[in-house]
Write a protein that binds this ligand. Structure first.
Ligand SMILES: Nc1ncnc2c1ncn2[C@@H]1O[C@H](COP(=O)(O)OP(=O)(O)OP(=O)(O)O)[C@@H](O)[C@H]1O
Length: 594
């Protein structure tokens, strides 16, 4: 023996209002949607049938109810029993149960959303010449069907909502107008609330006949300002035929945080789905906000988001290609505008270029990197100097740029976010490009060694210097290098810096932490290096000073100056050395005068 499920409507309404719909305001959308579908259905048989949807708010009905009148196909008595009395039953599916293309609705639950604001729903409906039917549904799950004496003058439907106590404000004229405008302003069928029309007709990307490009730009800029709160840098036309998607993307005029959620305004068959739809574009396209209409993508049952299926994935890909084409077009036709775009959105484009060859080529050709021979794009750098030599940290660049320049080594600073990864990936995207990282260790290898006699002459000085700098954890050496104006060079490569930090933290940490940190430590003693310049007259004098005290002050002074030039923080030990050296040297200088 089989039974039919019975449904407790109160439970369903609770489910809808608390778990499916984010807010009761969707009831206006659901009513409008049913009216539009009913008019569409009528026009399938009567193409010239009038299309009119009219909300008559309580301020006009005078009895506290909201009425919605439409000139749609209406329902017969049998359909009322079948469709209105069965949750989940819809007239908008085909024989196989799929959503029919021409209709907005499909789930057979929309009308129930009215119970979030109403205790009682009355539907007075007439289909063709059939008798008028009155269906009354109550929030507790009962319903009644009558054939009233009074007949509707014309086919169509009037839905009346009797407000739930405390929810009257949802039915007020102002609220209904606001919501009908929000959801329905783009509908192709006229919608009125009270005495005013809320539909505006054309979607924003559709130009009225004879509109000039300048007027179109001004209109779209106005739309972006109103909808998203900014005047766009540019407007990109969007289309993805497989998803029946048409629309425009507005390029943000200011940097956007790539990690922020990117939400777009999406219409489904010209009815607003939501203003914060995610997943329409690839995640890298964070520099645009879109408004689009789709005829093919599927909504979730709440109609507040798009169903994330393979069609949406395909649409994302197509829309992403459109944006890439726009960028490539800008690069080809208006490089200065592209440069303005990159100044604003370079972080995002770089993030994208980490995975995307086309974007990487864009960066290669258009983004000026900091180099020790002035700002240059990587393409320019490569044309001029062949190998693209780079540092992968800003600190290393600062330490090495002037010395490298003096050695005739052009150097790119790839120390900012994503840049080192981009440089590493560059050979895969741009043919013939050779890249090479330059570390402080590489650079020091390239500095000229002293002759055997020179080395012998400074041996006592070097031993003293190493003793002094052991207190700073620094390795000292002497080389001859350009520029001669530079007395000393402080070199610390990334790994050595990390290991140094680790050792310091380990020394201060408790036992547990210290052993955990020990697991990360390599144990290699890669100390920072101070390379004194044999070509620098002052450094040479320090090497030959003879007096141990004076030499110590000089070593400490040269060390702290090199540290500051490399923009390294002064540790307590370095600060002490700095003070000692400055005061000592001052005293000696002043005593020398008296
Ligand atoms: N104004 C109307 N005119 C004619 N028929 C209507 C009207 N409103 C509702 N109906 C009928 O009642 C059925 C159920 O409506 P309901 O809004 O619950 O679901 P739906 O529109 O089919 O789907 P969805 O849940 O996706 O909105 C509809 O399929 C339609 O046949």
């Amino acid at each position: 023996m089989s039974f039919t499920f019975r449904v407790d409507l109160r439970g369903i309404v609770d489910l809808l209002s608390h778990h499916l719909y984010a807010t009761p305001r969707v009831y206006v959308r659901e009513l409008m949607q049913n009216a539009v579908d009913a008019i569409t259905a009528r026009r399938l048989g009567e193409p010239r049938a009038a299309g009119d949807i009219w909300f008559e708010p309580p301020e006009r009905t005078g009895d506290g109810t909201l009425r919605v009148h439409d000139t749609g196909i209406g329902l017969t008595e049998a359909q009322v029993h079948d469709l209105l009395a069965t949750i989940g039953r819809s007239s908008k599916r085909d024989d196989l149960g799929f959503a029919r293309h021409e209709f907005l609705g499909q789930f057979g639950i929309g009308l129930l959303s009215c119970f979030m604001v109403a205790d009682e729903i009355r539907v007075v409906t007439r289909c063709g010449d059939e008798p008028t039917v009155l269906w009354t549904g109550f929030g507790d799950g009962r319903y009644a069907v009558e054939l009233p004496a009074e007949q509707r003058a014309a086919p169509g439907t009037t839905v009346t909502l009797v407000p739930r106590r405390g929810e009257e404000h949802w039915l007020a004229e102002r609220t209904v107008r606001e919501l009908a405008t929000l959801y329905g302003s783009m509908l192709p069928i006229g919608v009125r609330v009270g005495a005013g029309t809320v539909t505006t007709g054309l979607p924003p990307w559709e130009s009225p006949p004879g509109e000039s490009p300048a007027a179109r730009w001004a209109r779209l800029a106005g739309y972006a300002q109103e909808a998203f709160g900014f005047t766009p840098f540019d407007v990109v036309e969007l289309a993805a035929p497989e998803g029946g998607v048409r629309g425009v993307a507005f390029v943000l005029p200011a940097p956007a945080n790539p990690a922020m959620r990117v939400a777009h305004r999406v219409y489904l068959k010209q009815m607003l789905l939501a203003e914060d739809v995610e997943g329409l574009l690839p995640p890298w396209a964070f520099f645009v906000r879109c408004v689009v209409d789709t005829t093919e993508l599927r909504p979730t049952a709440s109609r507040e988001a798009l169903y994330d299926d393979s069609l949406l994935e395909q649409v994302r890909e197509t829309l992403g290609s459109g944006l890439r084409r726009w960028l490539a077009g800008l690069a080809a036709t208006d490089p200065s505008r592209l440069s303005t775009f990159l100044q604003t959105h370079h972080l995002g484009v770089k993030a994208l270029a980490v995975h995307d060859d086309e974007m990487l080529r864009l960066i290669h050709e258009c983004w000026p990197f900091e180099t020790n021979v002035g700002p240059l794009t990587l393409a320019e750098f490569h044309d001029r100097y062949g190998v693209v030599r780079y540092t992968s940290s800003v600190d290393e660049f600062r330490q090495m740029s002037s010395v490298a320049a003096a050695q005739g080594i052009p150097l790119v600073n790839a120390g900012y976010v994503y840049e080192a990864s981009l440089l590493q990936r560059l050979p895969a995207a741009a043919e013939d490009v050779v890249v090479e990282v330059l570390t402080p260790a590489d650079l020091s290898m390239r500095l000229e060694h002293l002759s055997a006699e020179e080395s012998a002459a400074i041996r006592p000085f070097l031993a003293l210097a190493q003793r002094v700098l052991d207190r700073q954890g620094v390795e000292v050496s002497v080389r001859a290098f350009d520029p001669p104006s530079l007395p000393a060079l402080y070199l610390l490569d990334g790994e050595a810096a990390f290991q140094g930090d680790l050792r310091r933290v380990q020394a201060d940490a408790d036992e547990l932490w210290a052993s955990l940190l020990g697991a990360v430590a390599t144990g290699r003693d890669e100390r920072p290096r101070l390379v004194l310049n044999h070509r620098n007259p002052l450094a040479r004098e320090a090497m030959n000073a003879g007096d141990e005290q004076l030499t110590t002050y000089a070593i400490e002074g040269l060390f702290t100056q090199a540290l500051l030039l490399a923009r390294q923080p002064l540790t307590p030990a370095a600060t002490a050395a700095f003070n000692q050296s400055l005061l000592g040297l001052l005293r000696i200088a002043l005593e020398g005068r008296s």
